[in-house]
Design a binder for this molecule. Sequence first.
Ligand SMILES: Cc1ncc(COP(=O)(O)O)c(C=O)c1O
Length: 432
Amino acid sequence: MHPLAEELNSILDKTAAGRLLSSFGRRIYFPKGIIAQSGEAKKQAHRANATIGMAYKDGGPLMLKSIASFMPSFSPDEAVAYAPTAGLEEARLAWKQEMVRKNPSINGDAISLPAVIPGLTSGISYTADLFVDTDQAVLSAYPCWDNYALVIEGRRGGVLKGVPFFVPGRGLDLDAIASGCKEAAKGGQLRVLFNFPQNPSGYTPSIGEGEALVNIIGEAARGGADVLVMVDDAYFGLFYEDSLKESLFGRFAGLDERVLAVKIDGPTKEDYVWGFRMGFLTFGSRGMNVETYGALEKKLMGTIRSSVSCVNTPAQSIMLKTLADSETGKEKAACFRLMKRRYQAVRAFVDSRADHGILEALPFNSGYFMSFLCKGISAEKLRRELLAVHGIGTVALGPYLRVAFSCLEEEQIPGIFETIYKSAGEIQVRGL
Ligand SMILES: Cc1ncc(COP(=O)(O)O)c(C=O)c1O
């Protein structure tokens, strides 16, 4: 084991984070190499900084004219310079400030500074690198975003335990979630991944259900288990009904010394920048302080440095300017209203077919999607028929058919949903 890894491990050993580390998590460290030395030089090398693999002229990074012409308002530092391993300090501070503003239940003084990561997927992947080992279980909703299985099982060799989270027509199956967590916690460790608004159901818990989830996690911790709670807030903010309007991260972070909460969020969906490839990862645990957060951040920086090295600078610079722009709030509110109208059009249509015997909607009230449980017909057959005969693209996930209403114009919605219901009926009649 590298001495720097040993040093970080000894700082973390007394925390839930330290006890939850995977073998990769124990091994990884942030070297005192090029990046660390270059960081030191940035502050102190007043004569010449000959540390980093970039090219400078007249005190700034070289930039080709054509690149500059696409980013006319950016300095070379904002456009082409390497960003620090954990991201531009100003972007991290601005995101944290926004996070606390949007979620008053988060105590900004008791969490880490969000680190910039290359998209939310990498946040899940890095968290799994650090905290999930071969054969270890991670509980999540069934159905869930299909990439969770690729990360937890394909990449990490763990086991994604799908708990049927949803009761059609109602909400969360809290008994199933509680017993899944209780069972997993028996081994002394519990790893859970929550994602609300959820993909693919489109569900966000009610305030009471949120409280129940906090109690379930608290009970596991009080029972002696170390708990990792990953909070995937990809679709944060798109709440159309009377549900939770804050991330549960703040509650988990303040809950118990045995709970390590990891918030994975970012502008991908919230700010409509899917291809930017940037997100944020924040740690929160009642048992942690500046020193232990610092050690954990070094582990994360080692994970970033050893994979993508750092995240793309223009995306961070643009996000920083966007957060500071007084028009952003108004424009995002207009986007929200557009999405909400689409949700309402879907809601009205689905409610009018509540007695349909074949397609049963999972509870939905938020986000980009809704999903049908296909009863007595194959979701994949329905998907293929919708595509081949009607030119409508949807996604089949096991027995579920997911519809991304975020991609549909409001006027299209009744016609498209009529076709979905009709096709399901025809498939059943044909006995497919
Ligand atoms: C639940 C969920 N989490 C994370 C992501 C990935 O986000 P990103 O594109 O930032 O990697 C998605 C994307 O579809 C998602 O649905």
